[in-house]
Design a protein around this ligand. Sequence first.
Ligand code: NDP
Ligand code: PYC
Length: 340
Amino acid sequence: MTNQNAGVVLSLDELFSLARKALVHHGLSLAHAEAIAHVITQGQRDECHSHGIYRLLGCVRSVRSGKVDPSAEPTLRNVSPGVLAVDAHYGFSLLAFERGLPVLAEKARTQGIAAMAINRCFHFSALWPEVEAIAAQGLVGLAMNPSHSWVAPAGGTRGVFGTNPIAFAWPREHGHPFVFDFATSAIARGDIELHAREGKPIPDHWAIDSEGKPTTDARAALEGAMQTFGGHKGSALAAMVELLAGALIGDLTSMESQAFDDGAGASPCHGELVIAIDPRRFLGADYAAGQERAERLFAAVVDQGARLPSQRRFEARERSERDGVRIPQALYDDVMKLLD
Ligand code: NDP
Ligand code: PYC
């Protein structure tokens, strides 16, 4: 259905099929295409526009750059009872996550806590689908990864850190899990790119231009350096992500990922750290008491009119499942060109 003013409305099935078709058309194996189409559809469904169908353009650009192996088969290595390593072999990260998740979950159930290092992966996606998938198994999830060195440290002017997201999910007995997922930069880079596409100004605390001055011009921001959120606090968290999901797991930092890209314009290539914790194993007979304690905490937030993170997303999900998703016309046109 097309409405020139509002864009194009697609059902979730139509969006998934379109994304899969475009990816297969550009040489991705069916397994990769389906893993990616699934997560892109989830992003658009939850109105996370910086990581929805817009990401198809970047995926295809990455494949065209020749850097990504479009049919790489991830391999799993049992490092220890609590540690799993998944080598993506320079494919996209999502299939590696999908393949590793059952083993990670099993390790978390037997050990109480387990970690999965995903290595040598091209990474473009939001992390909440991953921690939600962990919570769906009754486990607490934590995930993080570097990206490209677009973000200046607090007090600096040159990019060192990636936009370095951190995502967390806590499973609840009823309803959606408690989930947050945010970049350690003031905003995801994808959001600045969308502002640039639409010619819209950005808030002046998101980035500095190439002369080190705060800017409201999205294009100047992309050429300058992004800012961390919360000043030195976001800066330290961004460094932690570089260490835990880079140095610790034997993979690239954001500066190294940027150098590896060498101007190709592909998605960042690095590692990801995913941790799963089994609350039943930690709490034993006190599991129900732990859950109740968490519920009292959540109630203390919402009872005063504040909202939990992801509430907006879950509301968007309900709307999209009912009404489909709306794609801006210019973006839809760019996506359709991928099928040429
Ligand atoms: P946002 O700033 O949009 O949102 C961050 C989180 O805060 C969300 O969980 C959001 O929930 C929550 N939130 C927002 N407003 C409120 C509020 N008023 N009260 C309570 N909670 C609130 O995210 P970012 O721009 O930082 O990141 C967007 C996405 O980009 C993330 O999914 C991240 O994984 C992805 N990303 C991926 C990267 C990669 O390398 N792969 C790099 C950087 C980012 P809600 O969604 O419900 O609003
Ligand atoms: O939006 O910052 C971002 C981003 C980086 C890699 C994937 N998304």
